[in-house]
Design a protein around this ligand. Sequence first.
Ligand SMILES: Nc1ncnc2c1ncn2[C@@H]1O[C@H](COP(=O)(O)OP(=O)(O)OP(=O)(O)O)[C@@H](O)[C@H]1O
Length: 575
Amino acid sequence: MSIFLRLLQIMGSSWRTMVMAGLFGFLTVGSNIGLMAASAYLISGAALHPSITELSIAIVGVRFFGIARAIFRYLERYVSHDATFRLLGTVRVWFYTKLEGLAPARLLEWRSGELFSAIVSDVETLKEFYLRVLAPPFIAILVVVGTCLFLAQFNLVFVYVLTGGGIFLGVLLPLAVSRVQKSLAEELVTARMQMKAQLVDSITGIVELAAFGQTHRQAQNIAELDEELAGIQGKVVNQAGMIDALGLFIVNATVWLVLWFAIPLVHSGQLEGIYLAVVALTVQSSFEAVLPLPLAVHFLAESMAAARRLFGIVDRVPAVIEQTEGILTGTDGTLTVKDLSFRYRADGAAVLRNISFTAASGQSVAIVGPSGAGKSTLLYVLLRFWEYEEGSILLGSHELKKYQSQNLRTMFSVVSQQSHMFNASIRDNILLAKPDASEAEFEQVIENSELTELLKSLPQGSDTMVGQNGFALSGGQRQRIAIARALLRNAPILILDEPTVGLDSLTEEAVMGTLAKLMAGRTTILITHRLTGLKHMDTIFVLEAGRIIEQGTQEELLKNEGLFYQLWHLQHDVV
Ligand SMILES: Nc1ncnc2c1ncn2[C@@H]1O[C@H](COP(=O)(O)OP(=O)(O)OP(=O)(O)O)[C@@H](O)[C@H]1O
């Protein structure tokens, strides 16, 4: 389906409100025409010194149209903007929901700033489509047809002149500028996106930039992009000015042509002199509806460019095909992986090769191995971020693929090294796992995740804001909040992804102690390259280059003197 039709489809039932706004727009211009015509009649008529009763209809007309114009303008703006902003809200939610389905696998190719720019700037640009592209042609046609019917009462030549001027201004001029407008609009939307992406990158990495003394370089990049953007905006404004001037010229030329035909008609008595100004001002004021059409071409091109980018993102096929039939819920928490192989791209090398292991309900399993062995990849496949084609993963007695991801994710809790902290209170960050948790449940997880002391020491307790990415907290405190979330979630399977990376040994030990409480009674999969805290794991699988090369308890693996033994000694010797 074309982008244009898709944008119309997004409108859904708002099209009725938009049509209503269009009708108000028509009545606004219509009132202006009425005001001008009645005023012209009044002034021309007054020059002949008639009695006041002869002018009374024109006087009432001027009053009526003057007030009606203001009221209809207000209604048109109110209704169209209200409907458009509601529509944009719906588009933003729709876009975000689509992004969720693509995260994280399909979003890797975009910078976060680009996605931010899409959801803010591109969606905002679509407003022009609904306000300045769809309505103007509709209003223009109604106004020109209405005015032609009125002018036909005097002489058909006025109808031909108005139609000719309307076609010049409303059709030929927009067609003439459409090609230039299209490429300018593309450039503008791309430059805006680059600018926003650069700004988001700069703000996200501000600490690193300051630490490495590179803020001036980043500022210089922003200044260059800003200059480029300003240059394109300058071209757009220049074009708009030219189009405006050309449009006004066509309006005045049309009025001039009307007078050129009308004056001889007055001389020959075919047109009463009192109507000369009425005809001329009617034609001139009717162009209020046609003047926005050439610029509508620019807004059409701009909104098409923005929509193309938005659809280009959401049309990506998700990495995982969502199961739509059969709702599987509940599991005893047993995970059985059999002959699992995985590659990120069909033509790429296998990152996981014939992986087989079982984590029975309540058992704890560790996957260890050197950097690049494929540990995180295994985790992403288990969490259904990526689709697996070869081998099988059973959750309980069903294939993982058969679960709807929404249900599946309620069965997993994840504590990772990068657990995201929202810039909200500690309470809100924890309640993310279960927003409707009772106060008693909340207090219990605070105690079990050993956050009680921390909250007591803070004047605002659990309402303390954690700052951007949890900057106001230490690494250990952030991990405890992540553990509290997992406790509150109370899922049967627990995934621990390098949960203690970046913590000092004492904090690491304390966090591992807290994690032990979380692991009790849950199937646990610990992914780590740090060989500490593995003593109590039921089975350890050693991964190297995507294969499981050893398995056993820590004691057995150390006895075997294989890769685990070497890594273990290496790490302990370093310590
Ligand atoms: N999105 C991706 N697309 C293509 N290849 C990837 C992608 N993510 C990871 N890889 C590759 O897959 C291999 C395994 O990476 P993975 O992150 O799973 O290793 P890891 O064992 O978790 O390493 P580390 O301990 O350093 O995190 C690496 O060679 C990596 O380059």
